[in-house]
Design a protein around this ligand. Sequence first.
Ligand SMILES: Cc1cc2nc3c(=O)[nH]c(=O)nc-3n(C[C@H](O)[C@H](O)[C@H](O)COP(=O)(O)OP(=O)(O)OC[C@H]3O[C@@H](n4cnc5c(N)ncnc54)[C@H](O)[C@@H]3O)c2cc1C
Length: 385
Amino acid sequence: MLTALLQSMEGFSVRLYEKRQEYTRTRMVQLAPYLVADSVESYGADSIDGDSVAAIFDPVELNQGLAFRQSIAPDLSALLKSWVVGFCPLNSIERSLSDLIDARGLNGVERTAAVVTAEEAMAMLRPGDVLIDCTGSRSLLRDHLVPGSDEVDEGANTLKVRLEYALVITFLYGQPYDCNQYCKYYKNIENPHYKFIPMVHRTHYDGSVSHVTGIINISAEDFEAMPSRFDGEWLRGSFPGVAQSMDRFIDMIKQETQGEILGDLEILRIPLDLYRARNATNRQFLIADPSNHPFAESSVFLAGDSAIGSPYFQSISLGLECAMFLAGLLAQRDLPLRDMLDRYELYIYKQWLRVYMRSKMIKHNKDLFESIDDPLALLEKLHIY
Ligand SMILES: Cc1cc2nc3c(=O)[nH]c(=O)nc-3n(C[C@H](O)[C@H](O)[C@H](O)COP(=O)(O)OP(=O)(O)OC[C@H]3O[C@@H](n4cnc5c(N)ncnc54)[C@H](O)[C@@H]3O)c2cc1C
């Protein structure tokens, strides 16, 4: 995304390193409508954290973000708009961005298929270069952004909050199907434990096919006893209690809408973590005593999952949002380096606040929902003063 944004701006030459030859991940993903918002009202129109947006961001900065969005090249803007319509295959986002960069004739972009190490990235850096680490949750450079000993401490620059362990169960359903909070309640009424909490949306290519991704909270012990990826049969044989909850929910969808599941169930077990880089730039190297470290004379930014990660279908939107902000900053060629780093740090921190509060709210609501039929347990979980 950053390459595509910078490619269409004057005065940048981009070297893009990517270790994968092909985009093969099969998961479907949901993007937030705020990515294509055209007004401050539509940007903040979110039932969970609309108020937080107004509390965290100044109107001026929201308007600047919207103005930048409006200036995005039409080919890229059209892609963004197509991705926010329903669930979209992650690999089609990756491929269409990659194809767009190539179709533009690679002006100013040099692409290399290679694994880059942290040492190689540092060795390539020349004074004045901009290095952007978009290497995902296991970021190449995140823990290198704190000056100090040459020994890199894993987690030295990472704040992590584990929210829960979950099964993520995904399937396509051959009928239009929608689900509100009442539906989540009634379809789980016979599930005292392992409630199936769905995220439902049409698929982006076909309004009559629904994509359902359900999350079931599991214990740390369940998590340890499961392989990382499996199918419905394995779950039914190995964890019948969890499978019954899932099957009851699916049977009720079928009774209601007379449809069938298309293909197999795909099940992953994952920890749902919220994390952020305490430093999302090399700012500390510029504050520290002068040194000949490559990070002392250039600018380094973390973007995407490398900077912030969150569960509940939010991270890609957050990453794209930060990419747009960063491209807008880099476009201001007369902005002093320190100001640029400070502004990016502040912006990332604000996005972190937003996603932290949003995720905690979702988790809290999920916890209440788990106890909805047990008033005493429910009361235990309410924080009233
Ligand atoms: C089950 C599941 C469902 C999800 N659903 C959603 C959803 O619905 N909505 C949502 O917003 N998010 C979702 N997410 C999160 C989303 O997939 C990630 O936030 C997103 O992929 C992060 O994008 P990224 O570009 O920052 O990192 P990545 O997608 O991880 O990309 C990193 C890239 O860097 C390359 N790379 C890494 N190291 C190197 C190296 N050393 N040298 C060269 N190249 C390197 C990799 O090959 C890769 O292409 C989901 C995640 C999971 C696990």
